[in-house]
Design a protein around this ligand. Structure first.
Ligand SMILES: Cc1cc2nc3c(=O)[nH]c(=O)nc-3n(C[C@H](O)[C@H](O)[C@H](O)COP(=O)(O)O)c2cc1C
Length: 382
């Protein structure tokens, strides 16, 4: 009987035992938090998608988008328990935060998170080169430059989506990053900004960057309005235009392009993968994380993929929460990413309610997660 099973309540134990007929959740070796800088010579071993396609630096077939305040290391650890293959991305971290701030706080991650890409925000080539070196030294599998974030704060720092108006500067930034590191360097951008949203403008932007040798782009298939719309509105209001990304892909067969924006299910992802090299999901992956459980089998055709059930994931997260708690991380910092785990099942509401009322209490432990999972199992038996 596994540790998680021992700690589960009666009903959840029942669900857990049932699930033991399925393959074990995770047979990968025990993970450790990096305590020192990772060994650069091993970093390509952890980059299966690049090697697999024979194009180091190619986009992953499936990635979970960078999301500020959402895709922190606890969230990525959780997602990794559900899919062994999805590429995970950090939140955007600015060059200033890395050069003048607490590097460990921003770059620390768990070995299990591989393949994992770090996204940078910045527009000063030398600062991006320094930051990319830090990212490389910490063992990330790739480094990405954010050219898609429309927030005011980011614009005042002259980076994010406003960089789409300055392709020559972006090319300089990318070149500096490429000269600094030998991990793949990529760009995440929109299809346009403000009135600079023609097909030609996108082709010019991508073309100038491609001349540096960077062939890897993730394109959020909507433009951003830099004035007048909030970042949240900028993720919904400008219409999606997948066709523009499709034509960009067709016109540039040497590029590796992932489509992002509005994808919510794997069937649509698979149809997009007929013409695009990769897909990236943001909100849907965060809000309905169990969709990641089919990624290994459906997107990577990994028929031996070993995914347990949601109770097993909950049990693993309870153990993780206790380990993190011993290092001073409050349980609520972990459970906040798990609210959607049982979405679609009877009991999902009870799960969310229990986590939201109990996880922030003084002295909360991983048992909160087990008890919430038990509630779901009992609801399922009613
Ligand atoms: C809460 C939140 C934070 C985000 N933060 C970032 C970020 O740090 N960097 C970035 O490139 N995009 C960021 N995005 C945009 C997503 O990466 C993605 O491009 C966008 O949500 C569209 O994809 P989706 O429709 O699958 O959610 C963020 C999105 C959300 C919802």
């Amino acid at each position: 009987m596994g540790e998680g099973n021992r700690r589960l309540g009666k009903a959840a134990r029942h669900a857990y035992t049932r699930s033991m007929n399925k393959p074990a959740l995770d047979t990968r070796p025990e993970r450790r938090e990096p305590t020192s800088k990772a060994r650069p010579e091993t970093r390509f071993e952890a980059c299966p998608q690049g090697l697999q396609s024979g194009r180091v630096g190619a986009v992953a077939r499936f990635a979970v988008a960078p999301m500020m305040d959402w895709t922190d290391r606890h969230c990525r650890y959780f997602h990794r328990l559900i899919s062994a293959r999805a590429e995970l991305w950090t939140e955007m971290v600015t060059t200033g935060a890395l050069i003048y701030g607490d590097v460990e706080r921003h770059l620390r991650f768990d070995e299990s998170e591989h393949p994992v890409v770090c996204q940078l925000g910045g527009s000063v080539p030398s600062a991006l080169a320094t930051s990319a070196r830090l990212v490389r030294d910490w063992g990330y599998d790739g480094v990405n430059l954010n050219c898609g974030c429309p927030s005011d704060r980011v614009q005042s720092g002259r980076f994010g989506a406003c960089l789409m108006a300055e392709p020559a500067l972006v090319a300089d930034c990318i070149k500096a990053m490429q000269d600094a590191v030998d991990i793949p360097v990529s760009v995440k951008c929109r299809i346009g900004i403000d009135d600079q949203d023609s097909e030609q403008a996108l082709a010019d932007f991508v073309g100038q960057i491609a001349e540096t040798g960077c062939h890897t782009f993730t394109v959020h298939a909507r433009k951003a309005w830099l004035q007048g719309l909030s970042p949240k509105e900028n993720r919904d209001v400008p219409p999606l235009n997948y066709e523009r990304v499709r034509r960009l892909r067709q016109a540039n067969p040497e590029l590796s392009i992932a489509l992002n924006g509005g994808l919510v299910d794997l069937a649509t992802c698979l149809s997009v993968l007929d013409w695009c090299d990769g897909v990236m999901l943001g909100r849907a992956a965060y809000q309905t994380p169990w969709l990641l459980s089919d990624v290994d089998a459906d997107i990577y055709q990994d028929k031996g993929a070993q995914v347990g059930d949601r109770w097993q994931v909950a049990a693993r997260m309870a153990d993780y929460a206790d380990r993190q708690r011993a290092r001073g991380v409050p349980v609520k910092s972990i459970t906040r990413h798990m609210m959607g785990l049982f979405n679609g099942l009877a009991g999902a509401k009870a799960w969310r309610r229990y986590l939201s009322t109990q996880a922030h209490l003084e002295g909360a432990t991983g048992d909160v997660i087990l008890r919430a999972a038990d509630l779901v199992a009992r609801t399922g038996e009613d």
